[in-house]
Design a protein. Structure first.
Length: 210
């Protein structure tokens, strides 16, 4: 990562492969799942690195995008709270991720984790191949700050999104694209993330005014 970004956001250091960030994260989580019948979120944090805010945001966004989890009442709000915590620390320039201990103890069965990973593997290679280090001049302090604020606003809309079918998946897509743009250093994808966020706000506004 360019030095000006690392200095501005020292909590974004990460060990993922910038050429295939999604596949690398899937591999890291899969190793945890293979050795544990119940996988805790704290174990996932340890696997991807507690300094990698973007990797953890990518995981949260992926869970929201996947069919099923985001449709369970209360789950989008909890995931939204996690996004607020992560992005808030990014804006505060924290050097490592902190989340409440009760969130670290969230756990899911090995079979469900592997099922989600299997679902993600299909599009992961394609998505990774579509990302590239483009418009890297955009990936500066101001842009990342803007994206973090946008992600927080999207996350804060999750209580309303629970009442709109499939809208939580759209919000997850925005958060997923935001995180991936940082991991891949892809300024073009950052622009796409903003567009998805705007679409989410538009959907919420339509629902509230309609």
């Amino acid at each position: 990562m360019p030095s000006h970004i690392s200095i501005a956001f020292k909590g974004l250091e990460m060990s993922t492969d910038h050429n295939a960030p999604i596949e690398q994260i899937i591999h890291q989580i899969d190793e945890v799942a293979e050795n544990n019948e119940r996988v805790k979120f704290g174990q996932v944090m340890d696997a991807v690195g507690r300094k990698s805010f973007a990797s953890l945001l990518l995981i949260v966004g992926a869970i929201m995008v996947l069919p099923g989890p985001a449709d369970i009442p209360g789950v989008p709000v909890l995931l939204g709270l996690l996004v607020v915590i992560l992005c808030g620390q990014m804006l505060a320039n924290s050097d490592h991720v902190w989340i409440p201990s009760w969130m670290e103890r969230w756990e899911i069965g090995q079979s469900k984790v592997q099922k989600m990973l299997d679902w993600l593997r299909k599009p992961a290679a394609w998505i990774d191949s579509m990302t590239a280090q483009r418009w890297t001049w955009m990936m500066n302090h101001a842009t990342i700050s803007t994206l973090a604020v946008a992600a927080i606003l999207v996350a804060m809309s999750t209580p309303v999104l629970e009442f709109i079918p499939f809208s939580a998946n759209l919000a997850g897509g925005a958060i997923f694209a935001f995180a991936l743009s940082i991991l891949a250093r892809d300024g073009l994808l950052a622009g796409v993330a903003v567009c998805i966020a705007v679409a989410t706000f538009g959907l919420v506004g339509y629902q509230l005014l309609g």
